[in-house]
Design a protein around this ligand. Structure first.
Ligand code: HXC
Length: 257
């Protein structure tokens, strides 16, 4: 399948999507979101793919939702189209997704990165929610996810002033898992993704689901969910294989069963 606003590659068991609207610093219009969603669905259905990486360019992961597209929107129009709801589908994928962020991740770009399972940042990354300067506020989860990830003080300051965080601050605050030199970002993301894709896919998917539960429920319910899923894992061949391989001092060969 060919796309106009993204580039899609596979590297072994890893799917890679590069956001590709360089003339607009990867501003996220309806087309790029629809194409990204379609590409991710393709990877969800592809049985050989175990992990996905989303990246942008050196200059920008994405500089936000497309302001030129939003400029003339009206309230009844946004309500009728359920504007932004299409983005939610990206946060509902079941396979692990890594955001590899270099340069600007602003507004909807920061929100898209936060919809992924974790963010690997280049030392050039800059995160921000500058919507308030445009007379709006974050609309794709920024006021909610950023607050949970970095705490109220930083989230509130960023959303109220539009101040950007650099990569070092983002790592200190817990927004990104790690910072790597910009030149190594995509290779490092592919390496981490290949490591994840080498695990049992159903176990990795259940792990993702369980970690995400912690954002949706109380501690007691989250622990109960974890326990149920953990017990269920003993019904898999991959549990037998993983533990036998350890005992036999060999590498496991998971079969996703
Ligand atoms: C549309 C954008 C854009 C955007 C950049 N461009 N960001 N177009 N929507 N979000 C376009 C510019 O208009 C310009 O096109 C080209 O990309 C290059 O951008 P420059 O501004 O010339 O680059 P530079 O001077 O390097 O500045 C980079 C920048 C700046 C600091 C990232 O572009 C910027 O502030 N962008 C907007 C960031 C922002 O406000 N994001 C939040 C959007 S609101 P031309 O044709 O002029 O060359 C949002 C709402 C989310 O995301 C809520 C729901 C998702």
């Amino acid at each position: 399948k060919t796309y106009e606003t993204i580039l899609v590659e596979t590297h072994g068991r890893v799917g890679l999507v590069r956001l590709n609207r360089p003339q607009a610093l990867n501003a996220l219009n309806a087309q790029i979101i629809a194409e990204l969603d379609a590409a991710l669905d393709g990877f969800e259905r592809h049985p050989a793919i175990g992990c996905v990486v989303i990246t942008g360019s050196e200059k920008a992961f994405a500089a936000g939702a497309d302001i030129k597209e939003m400029q003339s929107k009206t309230y009844p129009g946004t309500y009728l189209d359920d504007f932004i709801t299409a983005w939610d589908r990206i946060s509902q994928k079941r396979k692990p997704i890594i955001a590899a962020v270099a340069g600007f991740a602003l507004g909807g770009g920061c929100e898209l990165a936060m919809m992924c399972d974790f963010i690997l940042a280049a030392d050039t990354a800059k995160f921000g929610q500058p919507e308030i300067k445009l007379g709006v506020m974050p609309g794709a989860g920024g006021t909610q996810r950023l607050t949970r990830f970095v705490g109220k003080a930083k989230a509130m300051e960023m959303c109220l002033t539009g101040r950007m965080m650099d990569a070092a601050e983002a790592e200190r605050a817990g927004l990104v898992s790690r910072v790597v030199p910009a030149a190594e970002l995509v290779d490092e993301a592919l390496k981490v993704a290949a490591q994840i894709a080498g695990m049992s896919l159903p176990i990795a998917m259940m792990t993702k689901e369980s970690v995400n539960r912690s954002y949706e429920t109380t501690l007691a319910e989250g622990i109960r969910f974890e326990r149920r899923v953990f017990h269920a894992m003993f019904a898999t061949q991959d549990q037998k294989e993983g533990m036998s391989a350890f005992v036999d001092k060999r590498k496991p060969g998971f079969t996703n069963s």
